[in-house]
Design a binder for this molecule. Structure first.
Ligand code: UD1
Length: 420
């Protein structure tokens, strides 16, 4: 197991290039199960979750060739309809193969993902929707077993909460259903829209993308297509905060500023100077940031995946801020670690009251999940002395070459085998 060792206090400067979005790459890979043929996927991020999804697909029968950030996925037929527990337990998003397997191949057996560090994370809404479309679903031996005779049937589905992977799973399945499916209170995240545009290229009939009502007219079959994955908005946000928290000046390139509106508004409110171009954002720290309140919400609200990183910035702000987490119930595990670095944070239910301090001090800390790890790295970059973030395998799930990209900006970061 590796850890990341950071010598804090260096002002970051320079340019960093954003990789493709992990949360788009995963459903897009899963969707290749919807048809025979070949899909060429460009700008694929080199992160562990994408490797895990590739292993799931290979197990199911897909052939995958990787050349740099280009994946060529060829499917002649499926060898198995079962996604194994060993892979699913390391990545909840494996559940994204459920809809495509069921819709195209009539059966899917997917290990039920358990809880995770940030909360219970059920998949009841995915299952209820597929049942409404005619699937028979049983939970047996820890697996979801779904099957259908003939085709799924179009249906009107109302999601109690806008679920991102739920919307994606059901949208993929509905592409091959008989008749029309209407998804109400659907997720509006850019990752859902990017998946939809890939499906449309392959012959799917999807409308209302980017709104909370998505309509899918089922077609008998889809074909292969090429697609370039949209840039990662969470990686973008993480580097913007890296610039701001170190008092630096960083230009983030090959990104989609229009997908980061909520974060950009909050950074501006905090007094951080931003110059926004079509595909780049320049961030310049403007003295100590001001405290601002933040509430996570489904897109276009402030992303829960940026909450921990924003908290690192607020830990060093002037004044007190209230950070409210409304998407996941226990996504404050980074707080205890930030406190070890000298942050002044109090938790009250789903609110964190953060009172900015003048300085953080480096400490050994432990990462609990992907975005919490990013938060600790950011805090370490700004802290005095050495910070040692253990369990960085969480980071490798979603950030491509984070240590190399930070080093390119002048950070003193190195990866080491963990001392036991
Ligand atoms: C996706 C993202 C994750 C992000 C999250 C919220 C991927 C691979 N992951 O996760 O990075 O943090 O969106 O933006 O895209 N819920 C239910 N029942 C369900 C499904 C969800 O109650 O069947 C609840 C969840 O517990 C949570 C809320 O809905 O409170 C939103 O979760 P959801 O959007 O489904 O998250 P994921 O798709 O798992």
């Amino acid at each position: 197991m590796d850890c990341m060792v950071i010598q804090g206090g260096r002002r970051l400067a320079g340019e960093v290039r954003i990789s493709g979005a992990k949360n788009t790459a995963l459903p897009i890979l899963a969707s290749t199960l919807l048809s025979k043929g070949t899909c060429a996927l460009l700008n694929m991020p080199d992160v562990r979750d994408v490797l895990t999804m590739s292993k799931v697909l290979t197990h199911l029968g897909a052939g995958i060739e990787v050349h740099g950030d280009r994946y060529t996925v060829t499917l002649a037929g499926v060898a198995s309809c079962q996604a194994p527990y060993e892979l699913v337990k390391t990545m909840r998003a494996s559940v994204l193969v459920l809809g495509p397997l069921l819709a195209r191949w009539g059966e899917a057996i997917v290990a039920l993902p358990g809880g995770c560090a940030i909360g219970a994370r059920p998949i009841n809404l995915h299952l209820a929707a597929l049942e409404k479309m005619g699937a028979e679903i049983h939970i047996e031996h820890g697996n979801v077993h779904a099957c259908i005779r003939g085709r799924l049937k179009g249906a009107r589905i109302y999601f109690d909460v806008p679920t991102v992977t739920g919307t994606e799973n059901v949208m993929m399945a509905a592409c091959l259903a008989e008749g029309t499916t209407v998804l109400e209170n659907a997720a509006r995240e850019p990752e859902v829209s990017d998946l939809a545009s890939f499906l449309i290229k392959r012959g799917a009939r999807v409308s209302g993308v980017g709104t909370d009502v998505i309509t899918i007219d089922g077609v008998p079959e889809l074909h292969g297509a090429d697609h370039e994955i949209v840039p990662d908005r969470v990686e973008t946000g993480t580097y913007l905060i890296a610039g701001a928290i170190t008092g630096g000046e960083v230009r983030v390139v090959r990104c989609r500023p229009d997908h980061c509106d909520a974060l950009l508004a909050k950074l501006q409110e905090a007094g951080v100077a931003l110059k926004v171009e079509k595909e780049a954002i320049q961030v310049r720290a403007n003295g100590q940031p001001r405290a601002v309140d933040v509430k996570t919400l489904p897109y276009p609200g402030f992303p829960t995946d940026m909450q921990a990183q924003m908290m690192a910035l607020m830990a060093l702000a002037r004044g007190s801020s209230v950070i409210t987490e409304t998407v996941f119930e226990s996504r404050f595990l980074h707080v205890l670690e930030l406190q070890r670095m000298g942050a002044d944070i109090r938790i009250e239910g789903n609110h964190a009251v953060v009172t900015g301090v003048g300085r953080l001090s480096g400490a050994p800390v432990m990462a609990s999940d992907l975005r919490a790890s990013a938060c600790l790295i950011l805090a370490g970059l700004a802290a005095e002395g050495e910070t040692r973030v253990s369990r960085v395998y969480h980071l490798d799930r979603g950030y491509e070459r984070l240590d190399a990209k930070l080093t390119g900006l002048g950070a003193q970061v190195r990866r080491e085998a963990e001392r036991v």
